[in-house]
Design a protein around this ligand. Sequence first.
Ligand code: SF4
Length: 489
Amino acid sequence: MRNPDLDGETLKEECGVIGVHLPGVDVASTCFFGLFALQHRGQESAGMAVSDGTRVRMHKGMGLVNQVFSSETLGTLPGEMAVGHTRYSTTGASALRNAQPIFCQTQIGEVAVAHNGNLINAVQLRSEMEAEGEVFGSTSDTEVMARIIVRNLKNGVEEAVREVMRLCKGAFSVVVQTPTTILGFRDPFGIRPLSVGRLGENGYMVASESCAFGPVGGKVDRELKPGEIVVIDREGMRVVDGVESPREAMCLFEFIYFARPDSRMFGTGLYSARVRMGEHLSEEHPVEADIVVPVPDSGIPAALGFSKASGIPFREGMMKSRYIHRTFIQPDQRMREIGVRMKLTPLEDHLKGKRVVLVDDSIVRGTTTKQIVKMMFDSGATEVHVRITAPPIKHPCFYGIDMASKKELAAAVMTLEELTKHIGATSLGFLSVDGARMAVHNSTEGFCTACFTGEYPIEIPEGLQKNAFGDPVGELETVSVSQGVLIQD
Ligand code: SF4
């Protein structure tokens, strides 16, 4: 996992969601460990809503999962059903009021909603609802979804969720907690992942990634299809139709970088897919060199694939601090200047006098890659050939990944030659879009590739910005604990 705090240039993961039901068992700690397994999807805030069958209680706060929850707080959340969330903000500032789940309570009922993705029509929906008298308590697009559910509860929660799926446009994989039911659903294009399965002997669960199932005793049945709804209640688990899916457009970047390598998506293990990406990369951009070196940890499987396909020996060339990502302390300017060395230190014995193939997952602004290339040369490498498993990123993402504006994307503003010079590499090669797609499941169908190709599966309204509701960007509260935002009609 990369540390977004250190270089300001990495792609920010979106969010992780989970829902668990174990009849007769308090599940707050199960939800906690599931959230722990989804920590890589968001490190700004965490929260969970737990139902004891009549009442939904909630706890959330800023920080990592184990900073937000303690044994004591988990003990205040009794109940056999829970939904949880880890957050990186995409719409709405990074502030406690936007931490999730978002809890809505009205006379008709109460719901807690946790969302992974980004709505591209949230501003329009919110304006329409405000004109009708709704008063919003947060600046998160998730509250728009929560309020649509509450407005339509009179028709039953399944129908209320269908209304969300009909009205909302963009990427959304969502879990909803009512006092008696958990629902999970994916947008009609299935841009963000969501899997369903069993939990223990007689329970069920839903989570963003399959890596959250194993640690809590769960087993994946299958990935939810685009436009489907899963309903988990005392009767068990059932999947029902939500809205029609025009076509599948799963985020290709989940496979390249975001999702954990031990997860499975599209029926394939992510680690194996990344090894295959390295093999394709070697075929597309062969080079004569002495060693293949990964940028740890995310570059390791692709470097192994590159090594296997090219016959060039794999060799670790740097060590990564295992603990740097666990701090919530922002680096000061002096530490920022030390930059990449705070998390990566070179193995000079492995690099000295060697022609190096350096394998990494992506280039955003190019500043981190530049620092790593310099570190290789400073450690005695004679050539550094950079090979990247993501195709060049040329367009922003509006579906839940924060990846800087177009003018900040190095591959959007520089030619390959200019970028090679900018990062100081001997040569540079990117995996093609088809190479990445074929490595995942031997097909070019079913993916969103918009940040590489500019072909957005859902049309983007003109002038759409990440911080759609006008929050001050960068507002970051200190680690704190709070009972949830209670929004009353
Ligand atoms: S634009 Fe890129 S990062 Fe965003 S959903 Fe599509 S493939 Fe994923």
